[in-house]
Write a protein that binds this ligand. Structure first.
Ligand code: PA5
Length: 334
């Protein structure tokens, strides 16, 4: 689908263009051919906005993949990733030092990593046969659907699964947006409910990445504090802190799924009830009649739009990430 009409200087235009970016690019043919080799595991490298697609793929295939999919958001490559593994290095700018460090370690171990970037050092260092180039000038976090369009088919090939039709999913996202206004869950309505609160996005199973993405988008676009947690794990620790939520205006947002198991459903309902009895209301978000991947992307698209509504209310520039840029500058001089 065409992405030329998306204004790459405007976060609002980029976020609204999310559906048309889904499936808009492909991995290079050479990369797909190389991905048909046998492999012991898939290790995805990437930070921030460039890491989310890997987390989505991991969450989507963790139960079905015959080999492990692991995501590294750090400098070091785990010891178990040897020359029989496949490594995918993702950095939108191509210049993120943690990703470059783990990439260099992969090369030392005799691995030829797949590379996904729009340019930078990573592009220069990549083996041309394993390199897929992203369209440039997007903000890294807004490029998520483009990154996923390359990364998902690559991972599906590596783990021997059929390729998902992403174009169809993109169309579904665009259609669903129209329904949100009528059913009371428009991004503006959700943003109003979150006004003055600290959102805590809670996800389980395949929706873990969506909960994490929502937290990051609120941080980066709206510049307010936001957190995420994972069920069932949060039931063994975080639940004890709920008495504190009310005094600090923390508002739990449960990302619900029609695919959640009966035990997880029971758990979420019981958790919500305990929170309510402690004086803490919560929001439950659901997207009906959707596959697991559609659900993940619907939650992400919807909450990306919510982050933009909050940015608007806060009067902040959603594009600017001055502190991230400053920190990168300081570190590059060290
Ligand atoms: O959204 C952002 O701008 C950040 O989260 C970046 O994605 C992060 O700093 C990593 O940079 P890059 O995506 O260029 O590797």
């Amino acid at each position: 689908m065409a992405i030329d009409n998306i204004d790459r200087t405007s976060m609002s235009s980029m976020v609204n263009g999310f559906p048309q970016m889904v499936g808009a690019v492909n991995p290079s043919t050479d990369a797909i051919e190389s991905a048909k080799d046998t492999t012991k595991g898939v290790c995805v490298l990437g930070m921030g906005g460039s890491a989310i697609a890997g987390e989505i793929c991991k969450g989507l295939y963790s139960e079905r993949a015959p080999i492990p999919i692991t995501c590294v958001r750090d400098y070091a490559l785990p010891k178990y990733v040897d020359s029989d593994w496949s490594v995918i290095a993702v950095s939108y700018s191509g210049n993120t030092e943690e990703t470059l460090s783990a990439f260099a370690e992969a090369i030392k171990r005799g691995i030829i990593p797949f590379v996904i970037s729009s340019g930078g050092k990573l592009m220069d260092l990549a083996d041309p046969k394993r390199f897929s180039r992203l369209p440039d000038s997007f903000q890294p976090r807004a490029a998520l659907p483009l990154i996923l369009s390359v990364e998902l088919p690559l991972i599906e090939t590596l783990i021997g699964q059929n390729r998902t039709n992403l174009i169809q999913i993109g169309k579904k996202l665009a259609d669903r947006k129209k329904e949100w206004t009528d059913n009371g869950s428009s991004p503006n309505q959700i943003a109003r409910r979150l006004s003055g609160k600290i959102p805590l996005f809670i996800g389980s199973g395949h929706l873990q990445a969506a909960a994490y993405r929502a937290k990051c988008q609120i941080n980066e676009n709206a510049k307010i504090a936001s957190f995420h947690s994972i069920l069932p794990e949060a039931n063994h620790n975080e639940i004890e802190s709920v008495g504190w939520f009310a005094s600090k205006d923390i508002l739990p947002v449960f990302l619900r799924s029609e695919h959640e198991s009966p035990r997880i459903r029971k758990r979420i309902e019981a958790t919500s009830e305990i929170y309510f009895d402690e004086g803490v209301d919560s929001i439950h978000l659901n997207h009906a009649n959707a596959s697991k991947l559609e659900e993940i992307l619907l939650h992400i698209y919807h909450l990306d739009l919510v982050s933009m509504e909050i940015a608007l209310k806060q009067g902040v520039d959603a594009v600017a990430v001055e502190r991230i840029a400053r920190l990168k500058r300081i570190l590059s001089q060290a």
